[in-house]
Design a protein around this ligand. Structure first.
Ligand code: PGA
Length: 253
């Protein structure tokens, strides 16, 4: 039986970019989406932490959801500088990215910590976007699938569902570099992820959204988004301007 295709998600990860005035990009994107009529994908922007609340207030009731780029695993407590998933939920975040390679690299986050953060998101009623991806060195050594398998195993919990979790495949060497894997390579990794999800979560494994991320831009979005088992994109640089981001969303229009 052919499984129902999950509704794609096009997510923007603003990283450490943008001030509160950048909310104008959310407004501009909304205007474009409104004009486009029916939008067959979900649209998400994850601004830096200080902007989450204001952006979420602006985007309320529109076609754009607002999320965050990280959360702490605990509910509250003595964790200076950290933010809990409950706090994100409280200010209107619907999603949180966990385990982005920049956090795995800059903050030494392990897959076990990523899993704890995703569990925290679920506890708060937020969808977790769990990132996985190989470095260039791992790719060159032919270890891509091995790395992905291990990151999925360690970052996901048996209770995760397609409703509360999204997977993002982001080859580290493709992030912010303008380089992308070939559609064949993307297809291979996404098929592998799908297989791992099906093995772990049964038929629900088919319903998980698997995003591709790494140098997605308007000019390559259509090709990448049409690869089998690619159910959307996680976009960095090209999500900062409404025009570019809409150009990527247009792959689904
Ligand atoms: P990029 O970043 O689109 O700028 O390559 C993607 C990401 O890190 O999520």
């Amino acid at each position: 039986m052919a499984a129902r295709k999950p509704k794609p998600l096009v997510a923007g990860n603003w990283k450490m970019n943008g001030l509160k005035a950048s909310v104008k990009e959310v407004n501009a994107l909304n205007a474009k989406l409104k004009k486009a009529g029916r939008v067959p994908c979900e649209v998400l922007i994850c601004p830096p932490m200080p902007s989450v609340q204001a952006f979420a207030a602006k985007a309320k009731g529109t076609k754009v959801a607002i999320g965050a780029q990280d959360c702490h695993a605990n509910l509250s407590g003595a964790h200076t500088g950290d933010v809990s998933a409950e706090m994100l939920k409280d200010v209107g975040a619907k999603f949180v990215i966990v385990g982005h390679s920049e956090r795995r690299a800059d903050h030494g986050e392990t897959s076990a910590e990523v899993k704890a953060k995703a569990l925290a998101a679920h506890r708060a009623g937020i969808t977790a976007i769990v990132c996985v991806g190989e470095t260039e060195k791992e790719r060159d050594a032919g270890d891509t699938l091995k790395v992905i398998t291990s990151q999925l195993k360690g970052s996901l919990d048996d209770g995760f569902t397609a409703k509360n979790t999204v997977i993002a495949y982001e080859p580290v060497w493709a992030i912010g570099t303008g380089r992308t894997p070939t559609p064949e390579d993307v297809a291979k990794v996404h098929a592998h992820i799908r297989k791992r999800l099906a093995a772990r979560f049964g038929s629900d494994g088919d319903a998980f959204r698997i995003l591709y991320g790494g140098s997605v831009k308007p000019s390559n979005a259509e090709e990448l988004m049409s690869v089998p088992n690619v159910n959307g994109a996680l976009v960095g640089g090209a999500s900062l301007k409404a025009t570019d981001f809409f150009g990527i969303i247009s792959a689904y229009l």
